[in-house]
Design a protein around this ligand. Sequence first.
Ligand code: ACO
Length: 341
Amino acid sequence: MSKASATGGEGGADTVGGSRIVAIGSHVPEKVLTNADLEQMVDTTDEWIVSHTGIRERHIASDGEATSDLSIAAARRALEKCDIDPQQIGLVIVATVTPDEPFPATASFVQHALGLQRCAAFDVINGCTGFIYGLALASSLIRTRQEQYVLVIAAETLSKITDWQDRSTCVLFGDGAGAAVVGPAEPGTGILAVEWSTNGSAAHLLNLPAGGSRRPITHELIDQRQHYIKMQGHEVFKLAVRGIPEISLGALHKAGLTPQDVDLLVMHQANQRIIDAAAKRFDLPPEKVAVNVDRYGNTSAASIPIALAEAEQQGRLKPGDIVLMVGFGAGFSLGAAVVEW
Ligand code: ACO
């Protein structure tokens, strides 16, 4: 009997079925930007970046390489790993804050490139929690609408909206994509519980000021560099450290589990110090914590599925393992998912 069914997970009598991650894949651009490279670009040091964030290098998309390109590559990897007919995919969700164009949805480009017929497609804009929110939607739709399979992609080319003159943000971000094929499962298995919350009063802490309906792009706004990411990092840090335990315990409780049941913690990879604080709070040893922020930086929505795909590739996920995924970011949003692998 699985840990979840032994303790009574979300998939009880009130649910019509279950859902699970059938396969996971990821893709990052070829080009690597190291801390030493950044030392040549802004007033920073490898020592400051490593001690404050844990980041050593990140992957950066080339000119002309768009979010859908990374999405398509990650999706193909996930699809190669499962023996479903891609035409069984009824929905493509792309979680991103860096769409190819403000509209149409980047998911439309992905659907077309993958040759998916009879399939809907839309984007979710929610910063670093985007993958968790996409997973929650996929899971619900499979349970209630009987969608067969949903492709949940989280992909970012943050380098395109990063101010490469602003040392407080440009050292943090990287580009990449992760993709999950989500499909039906027995109740009480697979995706056991998802919790989410948003604190809109803190939305101003992390944003892209220009280019929307509030401040349409003008030459003046571009001169003021308002078309780049702005973040009050220290405030975001504090909200993250405070919010992660509550959202995580909420999801675990919903699944009938506790931190002691967690076999792998896959946090949003923003900062090694935030990951360490969560691991300490839940008393999880390093072998139960996925970390790749040192090699990819903060890839926003993409960071959780990239870390998950890497953990699977490294043989760190066995059937029946309980995985706790936790995201936090723009909004200010939080999300946690408990999944039985
Ligand atoms: N190199 C050298 N010095 C720097 C750099 C840099 N790259 N960046 C900032 N500093 C300086 C600052 O100017 C400041 O100097 P001062 O004290 O003379 O004013 C000093 O370092 C400390 O700055 P803080 O911002 O207080 O540094 P902190 O320890 O908070 O670390 C960081 C900053 C890494 C951004 C941290 O706050 C953080 O990780 N925040 C969370 C970010 C995050 O998780 N975002 C998630 C969502 S992202 C998304 O949704 C897309």
